[in-house]
Design a protein. Structure first.
Length: 383
């Protein structure tokens, strides 16, 4: 099973590649190369761009990330270097589609034209008031002067009303654009079947959670769920039924996590829960609650309410080791999940027990209160 690098995802507070000139640029480049050599970073253009920005010191998030990696004695291997580049140096993708770009262009163009018209009208207004002032100085008829003043005030009132109407319309249009962008961002981070976070959102969340865990010393754990015998659901009842099963498990997973946790669909019938601040034991407890809740559920036929199948899941649990990649964390969690499958499915296994007797299916697994976790028929095949 493959995972994502630790910092993958769109970057926050990003800025264009900083520029230095003359001797400053040479000095920064020299320092960047020295740092790369000291920390065993391969000399590539992409890595040099990252370390040049680090040496320049104008990207606080990059500085903090590399300093934490160094303090945790993290090796700057190919996966870490790619993650650093994609997060802090690679060009960001254009997140606004052409329709949004065109709408913004029209709004700005119209605003520019309106401002120009307003400036011209204001100049005419000032000239007219100057003319009225001259009439007063020349002793013109008072009635005519008052009429001229009232006419100019009426025009000014009309222009103010037009301006308010125009800017209100512009604000409404901008709000529509903002909602469009927000909806697009939500879609890009959400799995359409389950409504959980997708792989992209999972990578972003884990990057932030890993950074916080390394910085604060707080634990971070992950649980991975795989639906038992999922292929049989699809073969017996069809793929729509299989989708219903995935949605059921996703709902229980989301309900079983805290507000600060993340529930995500990792792929296929595999779901993931990320628990910041939870150590291995607490994550195991949460995983076991979720597993037991799912085991009590049945999938029914919507038209008749007929119970069709009992759903069970196997769960693997692992705790983040400071400095490791997300791929390494997921690999250990996956190993525990595989041990749960080998041990008979419908059970929770932690990385600590993945290579023990439970993994071989020879002993029952006991929870914190001494009750055995359910043991099904041993089967070495994952599914």
């Amino acid at each position: 099973m493959s995972g994502q690098p630790p910092f993958e995802g769109s970057r926050e507070g990003d800025e264009p590649m900083p520029h230095a000139s003359g001797e400053d640029a040479i000095s920064v480049a020299s320092r960047a190369l020295q740092l790369m050599t000291r920390h065993g970073v391969e000399s590539t253009p992409e890595n040099f761009e990252v370390w040049f920005k680090f040496a320049l010191g104008r990207t606080p998030e990059l500085t903090r990330t590399i300093e934490i990696l160094i303090s945790n004695k993290r090796s700057f291997d190919a996966a870490t270097n790619r993650s650093l580049f994609s997060t802090f140096a690679a060009p960001l993708p254009d997140r606004a589609d052409q329709e949004v770009t065109d709408r913004l262009g029209r709004i700005l163009a119209e605003a520019r034209r309106f401002v120009q018209r307003s400036l011209e009208a204001n100049r005419e207004h000032m000239n007219a008031l100057g003319s009225v002032a001259a009439q007063i100085g020349e002793g013109e008829d008072a009635a005519q002067i008052i009429k001229a003043l009232l006419d100019e005030l009426a025009k000014a009132t009309t222009r103010a009303a037009d301006a308010e109407s125009h800017f209100s319309a512009s604000l409404r249009e901008l709000e529509k654009v903002r909602n469009t962008l927000a909806a697009a961002e939500q879609r890009s981070n959400t799995d359409p079947l389950t409504g959980l976070a997708n792989r992209h959102a999972l990578g972003e969340f884990c990057r932030r959670a890993q950074m916080l865990a390394m910085e604060s010393g707080q634990p971070l754990s992950l649980l991975m769920i795989d639906i038992d015998h999922f292929k049989q659901f699809n073969d017996r009842f069809g793929h729509q039924f299989g989708d219903q099963v995935i949605r059921l498990v996703a709902s229980v997973l989301k309900e079983g996590l805290r507000g600060d946790d993340l529930a995500a669909r990792y792929g296929g019938e595999e779901l993931v829960g990320v628990l910041p601040g939870a150590n291995l034991a607490r994550c195991e407890e949460a995983a076991e609650r979720i597993r037991q809740t799912i085991a009590k559920r049945q999938v029914t036929r919507r038209a008749t309410g007929e119970a069709l199948a009992r759903v069970t899941v196997s769960v693997g649990v692992a705790q983040f080791v400071p400095g490791e990649t997300l791929a390494e964390l997921i690999e250990r969690c996956d190993r525990a999940l595989y041990a749960a499958k080998r041990g008979g499915r419908n059970r929770t296994v932690t990385e600590r027990d993945a290579d023990g007797p439970v993994a071989a299916g020879s002993l029952p697994r006991y929870g914190a209160r001494g009750r055995p976790f359910h043991s099904g028929t041993p089967n070495s095949c994952r599914g």
